[in-house]
Design a protein around this ligand. Structure first.
Ligand SMILES: [Zn+2]
Length: 67
């Protein structure tokens, strides 16, 4: 288990590693995941931040920056 700073809130969270897809992931084994956004960028986010992202459209880097 490693830890990494969330790109949204800078909180250090535990991760198991690897890239997951929040929209197909049923369980939450770690406290944050790397999201591949609609604009082809990748951001590591904790679930608190993920919960604040819009779920009715593709998330972009601008959404992450606005967290
Ligand atoms: Zn966060």
């Amino acid at each position: 288990m490693a830890s990494r700073a969330c790109d949204g809130c800078d909180t250090s969270v535990s991760i198991a590693g690897g890239i997951a897809n929040i929209w197909s992931q049923e369980s939450r084994p770690t406290e944050g995941i790397v999201l591949e956004l609609g604009d082809d960028t990748e951001h590591f986010l904790c679930y608190d931040c993920i919960d604040q992202l819009p779920d009715d459209r593709e998330v972009t880097a601008a959404d992450v920056a606005a967290l």
